[in-house]
Design a binder for this molecule. Structure first.
Ligand SMILES: *[C@@H]1O[C@H](CO)[C@@H](O)[C@H](O)[C@H]1NC(C)=O
Ligand SMILES: *[C@@H]1O[C@H](CO)[C@@H](O)[C@H](O)[C@H]1NC(C)=O
Ligand SMILES: *[C@@H]1O[C@H](CO)[C@@H](O)[C@H](O)[C@H]1NC(C)=O
Ligand SMILES: *[C@@H]1O[C@H](CO)[C@@H](O)[C@H](O)[C@H]1NC(C)=O
Ligand SMILES: *[C@@H]1O[C@H](CO)[C@@H](O)[C@H](O)[C@H]1NC(C)=O
Ligand SMILES: *[C@@H]1O[C@H](CO)[C@@H](O)[C@H](O)[C@H]1NC(C)=O
Length: 353
C-alpha cells in the first residue's frame, strides 16, 4: 500500500520547487491522497494514514479534497465521531468537490466522508496540525527537481508494477493486468481519462486476464454492451455484476469489451473501461485511424443468465468517452498519463497565487 504513494517524494519536490519560484510563502497546499484523491481507498484507511504520516501540516495550510460532487463529501468531525464513523453532528460539512479546507487551529483534525459506509471502508483522514510559527521550514534545495520532468507525459516516471511487462509480441503468453494499476477500480478523481489512458498503454489478447481490484460494498464490475457503456445505462445486459473484489475476468473473445461499475453515478463519473482485444498469436495492433465501425451490434449475453435486475442508473451526462483521443502516447503508462494533471494544477496554483 505504500506503493500507492511512491510519488510523494516527487510531489513534495514539485511543491518545494514551486515555492522557491513563488518566493516566500508560509502556506502550503496539500492535495489529500495526492493522485489518489478523496475516494474509498482500495486497501482501507491505511492509505490516508500513510499519506498523513508523510506530510507535515501547519496552521494556515490548505487541504484540497479532490472528489466529484455527488458521490463523496467531506465532513470535519471530532475524534469520537472519527473513530466510530458517526456523521450525525459534524463540525463542518462540504458537499461540493473539490473542496479546499484551510487549517485554522493547531491540534488534531479529523475528516470523514459521510456517504454510506465510505468512512468504515477507509475514507477518513486524521492529521496533527502544528502552530504556524513552529512549522514552515525553509525550503530545502536538497534535490532541485527538473520541474518539467514529472509534468511531461513523454517521460516515463516509474513503470507500473502489475502490467509492467515488456511490450507483448504478437504471440505471447497470457498476461494478467490489474485495471488501473495501483489506482485499482474506483471512481477516478480525474474522470474517464484515467481508464482511457490506462487502456491505451496496454495491449490485450484473448486469454489475458483483467483484475478489477476494488473494495467490496463500494464498487462492482459488469461487462456491458457498447451502447450501455456509452450511456451508462444498463438496459439489455441481464448478467449480474460481480460484487466481490478483486474480480478476475478472462478475455475469451476478440473485439471490443466494455466494463462499468453499476453503482449510481460511478460510471458517468468515469468508472468504466473500454478495451480492444486481439486474437492471440496472429496480430499486430489494429490501426486505430481506420474507418470507424461502431460495434453497436454487440451481441447481448445469453438470456439464460441470472434473473437479477440490473442496477438502475440515474441519467448521465453525454458521454465524453466515445471518441478516444488520437493515439500517440500508446506507450505512456497509466501513472504517467494521470499524474501530470495533479502536478500541473498544484504547480500552477503556486505560481499564480
Ligand atoms: C489490490 O490492491 C491492494 C492495495 O493496493 C493490493 O495490496 C493488492 O495486492 C491488490 N490486489 C491485486 C489482485 O492486485
Ligand atoms: C452519533 O453521535 C451523536 C451525537 O454526538 C450521538 O447522539 C449518537 O448516539 C451517536 N451515534 C452512534 C451510533 O454512536
Ligand atoms: C497527534 O499527536 C499526538 C501527540 O504526539 C499523538 O498522540 C496523536 O496520535 C497524533 N494524532 C494523529 C492523528 O497523528
Ligand atoms: C477498437 O478498435 C477500433 C478499430 O481500430 C476503433 O475504432 C475503436 O475505437 C477501438 N475501441 C477502443 C475501445 O479502443
Ligand atoms: C435506459 O435505457 C432504457 C432502454 O433503452 C430506457 O427506457 C431508459 O429510459 C433509459 N434510462 C435512462 C435513465 O436513460
Ligand atoms: C483550491 O486550491 C487549489 C490549489 O491551491 C486552487 O487551484 C483552487 O482554485 C482552490 N479552489 C477554491 C474553490 O478555492
Amino acid at each position: 500500500m505504500e506503493g500507492r504513494f511512491n510519488y510523494m517524494g516527487v510531489f513534495m519536490a514539485v511543491i518545494v520547487g514551486a515555492m522557491m519560484v513563488h518566493g516566500s510563502s508560509a502556506q502550503t497546499t496539500h492535495t489529500v491522497g495526492d493522485s489518489l484523491g478523496w475516494v474509498v481507498p482500495p486497501a482501507g484507511d491505511a492509505a490516508y494514514r500513510t499519506w498523513a504520516a508523510s506530510t507535515t501540516f501547519a496552521v494556515g495550510d490548505v487541504l484540497v479534497f479532490n472528489f466529484p460532487t455527488g458521490i463523496h463529501d467531506v465532513a470535519e468531525v471530532n475524534r469520537a465521531a472519527f473513530d466510530s464513523c458517526n456523521s450525525t453532528s459534524p463540525i463542518s460539512m462540504s458537499t461540493n468537490g473539490p473542496t479546499n479546507i484551510t487549517l485554522t487551529s493547531a491540534g488534531e483534525h479529523h475528516f470523514i466522508c459521510t456517504f454510506a459506509r465510505h468512512c468504515n471502508l477507509g475514507q477518513r483522514l486524521a492529521i496533527n496540525v502544528s502552530a504556524s510559527s513552529a512549522a514552515a521550514p525553509a525550503p530545502q534545495p536538497t534535490t532541485p527537481p527538473p520541474a518539467t520532468a514529472p509534468i511531461s507525459p513523454a517521460v516515463p516516471a516509474t513503470p507500473p508494477p502489475a502490467s509492467g511487462a515488456p511490450a507483448p509480441s504478437p504471440s505471447r503468453a497470457a498476461m494478467t493486468y490489474t485495471v488501473g494499476d495501483r489506482l485499482g477500480w474506483l471512481v477516478p478523481p480525474g474522470g474517464p481519462i484515467a481508464y482511457q489512458t490506462w487502456a491505451r498503454g496496454n495491449t490485450f489478447m484473448v486469454g489475458d486476464i483483467l483484475v478489477f481490484n476494488f473494495t467490496n460494498g463500494a464498487h462492482d464490475v459488469l461487462e456491458v454492451t457498447r451502447p450501455e457503456f456509452d450511456s451508462c445505462n444498463v438496459s439489455t445486459t441481464t448478467a449480474a455484476p460481480i460484487m466481490t473484489g478483486p474480480a478476475r475476468i478472462t478475455l475469451t473473445s476478440a473485439g471490443e469489451h466494455h466494463f462499468i461499475c453499476t453503482f449510481p453515478q460511478h460510471c458517468s463519473f468515469g468508472q468504466r473501461l473500454a478495451i480492444n482485444v486481439t486474437a492471440g498469436g496472429s496480430t499486430a495492433t489494429p490501426p486505430s485511424g481506420s474507418a470507424p465501425t461502431p460495434s453497436s451490434t454487440a451481441t447481448p449475453p445469453p438470456s439464460s443468465g441470472s434473473p437479477a435486475t440490473p442496477t438502475p442508473f440515474t441519467p448521465s451526462t453525454p458521454s465524453p468517452v466515445t471518441a478516444p483521443p488520437p493515439p500517440g502516447n500508446s506507450a505512456t503508462s497509466f501513472a504517467v498519463g494521470v499524474l501530470p494533471f495533479t502536478f500541473l494544477a498544484v504547480a500552477v496554483a503556486f505560481l499564480y497565487n
